[in-house]
Design a protein around this ligand. Sequence first.
Ligand SMILES: [Zn+2]
Length: 320
Amino acid sequence: MTSLILGIDFGGSKNTVGLVKNDSKRLLDNRRQKSAPNASAQSDLDSVLEMSRELLALYPGRLRAVGVSFGGPVDYQNGTVKLSYHVSGWEEYPLKDQLQKEFGVPVSVDNDANAGALGEWYFGAGGKCSSLFYITVSTGIGGGWVLNGSPYRGANSLAGEIGHMVVAPTGPICVCGKRGCLEALASGTAISYHAVARMKTESGTGTTLRHLCDNNLEFITSELVSYAAKEGDELAKELLLDAARFLGIGIAQVLLLMNPERIVLGGGVTKAGKFYWDEVYRSILEHVLPGISIDVVQAQLIDEAPLWGAIALANQLLLK
Ligand SMILES: [Zn+2]
C-alpha cells in the first residue's frame, strides 16, 4: 500500500495542505484556502481538516505522518502554538495533540521560519549542506537554522530570530519594543513606512512612486517601492539600498557567530533586483572578517518553503 505524507501550512492569511508519496519530491496534490477576514483558530482548523480529508479520500494509501508549519511562535517540544499575530484563538493551542487525535499518526509542528529552513535544506536551495541559515524578508523578517540535517531551535524555540537582532542601537522602534532591530530597518513594512515618512517631508522626491500610488500614500507597499526603483525612482532605490545595507550587517553577524556553510535568502523584498543583492553582498563583505566564506543564495521554493518544510518535518518523524 502506498505510504502517504501530509504537509500543512497555517500561513496566517491562507492555509495550504499538500500530499506526497513517501520520500517523493513532487506533490501528489494540494489544496489552498484563504482565511476568512474574521477567521479564528477553529475556522482555520476546520478548513485545514476539510481540505485534508478531501485529499486523503482522493488518493488511497496509508497515511504515515503529518508535518505542520505554523505562522507564529510554537513550542516545538510539546507541539503547542503559543499564539498567532493574525488569527485569534490560537493562544496555547495544543495543535500536535489535536491533529494526532484526528489523524491517528505521529505529528510534528514547528514555526514557519524553522519549517522554511528545513524545506529549503531538504527540497530547495540548501543542497543538504552541513550548516544552513535561512532568512525570509517580507512583511517581517524571520530566520531558521538547519545544522547537520536538523533544525536548531535553541533553549526556548527562539533560535534564528534575526529580525530582532539590533543592527542600529539608535534606530527606529520595532514592533517588539526595542530600537534598531533589523525588522524595523529592512523588512517590507519598514521600507514602505520609511517611504511614506520621506515623501511626507520631502515634496520633490519619489516622483514615480507618487505617480504609481496616484498620490495616495496609504497605498505605498514595499512591492510598489521595488517597482518604482526598477522604473528609475531615486528615492525608492535609496530606500532599498539602505534596507539591503542593514540586511548585510545582520547577515555578517550571523556569519561571524556561526560561520554557516550557506545562507538561503528569500521573501518578497529580495525580489527587488540585482542592485539590491549587490548591496547586500557589499555590506556583508564590509562587516565580516576575511576568511569567512560568503555563500548567499536565493531561496528556490519561494512561498512554498513552509509547506515543503512541513513535509520534511513529517519525513523526519519516520526516520526516528
Ligand atoms: Zn524587534
